[in-house]
Design a binder for this molecule. Structure first.
Ligand code: ATP
Ligand code: MG
Length: 262
């Protein structure tokens, strides 16, 4: 399973990516959760403390690693025939959730034409993780649609697009779904989040139907999750309606992937 989580800013991408990663890890899958957001905070959702998270050097900002791999020097010439499998071993962190975390970091001006050494390493690494590895890989993407322009997630098999009932979030979701559907990504699905009641549920269902998008889950607004975001107080997972719905989604994704691999 190779899953990318995208959507408008603040809709709950990191929460969903983190909880899915934890869920799959608890189910016995080896999991690599990738923070592909330029302002990374997946670490906290996976149970690391702020201090621990602060010690992680993002791949794109690890100059020694980039130089070691690409041989980049001031002449601007660098190699492209480097290996990346060893990076996974040395640059992922095992988190309390059971999932391994890799933080990609920001590649400045990472447009599609960008050919800087850090971009070359991040691109090769993502490709390797998504195409060649057997682990469950979950990508927490940056907000909006830029990552689609960069084709960061072009090889994933599932793109989850998170949206609340807000029209602006749904507009972004529509654009992402269209772009993802036109790419090689096999499954694109909408995940409603922070849903406060039947009228919001209805808005999400109608939106999905009108746009021919599969609605995979409706995650309710959960006071405990909200508190966790504010104060860091632990979530009572057993009694969390949001976690229950994410558990259901994880089963759906797992079943779908098993059927596909048959
Ligand atoms: N179902 C939910 N119920 C209540 N609060 C939620 C829910 N889902 C997410 N939140 C809260 O909403 C806030 C934003 O969530 P999150 O950081 O996951 O969004 P994001 O899409 O990753 O944001 P960004 O675009 O800034 O990366 C967090 O404080 C989180 O705890
Ligand atoms: Mg986020």
């Amino acid at each position: 399973m190779k899953i990318a989580v995208s959507g408008k800013g603040g809709t709950g991408k990191t929460f969903l990516a983190g909880m899915l990663a934890a869920r799959f890890a608890a189910g016995g899958h080896p999991v690599i959760a990738i923070d592909a957001d330029p302002s990374p905070n997946l670490a906290l959702t996976l149970g690391l403390s702020s201090d621990e998270a602060g010690t992680i050097v993002p791949i794109a900002e690890n100059d020694d690693l980039i130089r070691l791999k690409t041989g980049a020097d001031y002449s601007g010439i660098f190699r492209l025939n480097f290996t990346v499998d060893d990076i996974i071993e040395h640059h992922t962190v095992l988190t309390p959730s059971g999932a391994h975390l890799m933080v990609m970091g920001t590649v400045r001006s990472m447009g599609s034409g960008c050919t800087c050494p850090a971009h070359a390493v991040v691109k090769a690494l993502l490709r390797h993780l998504i195409v060649e590895r057997d682990e469950v890989v979950i990508l927490d993407m940056d907000a909006g649609i830029e990552h689609l322009g960069r084709a960061t997630a072009e090889h994933v098999d599932t793109m989850l697009v998170v949206s609340d009932a807000n029209r602006r979030s749904l507009e972004v979701a529509r654009t992402i779904c269209r772009m993802a559907a036109a790419s090689a990504i096999r499954q694109v699905g909408l995940v409603g989040n922070r849903i406060t009641g039947p009228s919001q549920e209805h808005a999400l269902r109608t939106f999905a139907e009108d746009n021919g998008i599969a609605l995979l889950a409706l995650i309710p607004f959960d006071q405990g999750v909200s508190e966790n975001g504010i104060s860091g107080a632990p979530i009572d997972e057993e009694h969390s309606s949001a976690i229950h719905e994410i558990a259901r989604l994880s089963c759906l994704l797992e079943t779908g992937s098993r059927t596909e691999n048959r």
